[in-house]
Design a protein. Structure first.
Length: 94
């Protein structure tokens, strides 16, 4: 396979994955910028919002707003007890 063909195939795969992510976001009612937070929290359950922010490239305040939106939609939940900074997928929705 030539380099140009390989690059075209990888680009097509990237486009297909991006389209699938946008479609999944629309079905869930999640804005695309929150998808990164949702995926990351699903993979790193129990992480703090402060730890989430740099991973997804958000400021601390943007990460808090994103988490607030996802909590309001019932997709993730904040930690129980005194430390409500930890977030994880809402078990009622998984």
């Amino acid at each position: 396979m030539t380099s140009a063909r390989f690059i075209n195939l990888v680009a097509a795969l990237g486009t297909a994955l991006a389209d699938a992510q946008v479609s999944a976001c629309e079905k869930l009612g999640v804005v695309p910028s929150d998808a990164a937070a949702l995926i990351t929290v699903g993979y790193h359950q129990g992480m703090s919002v402060g730890a989430l922010a740099p991973i997804i490239g958000f400021t601390q305040s943007a990460a808090v707003r994103s988490v607030d939106r996802l909590v309001a939609q019932g997709l993730i939940e904040r930690g129980r007890g005194e430390d409500k900074r930890q977030v994880r997928p809402d078990e009622r929705r998984v």
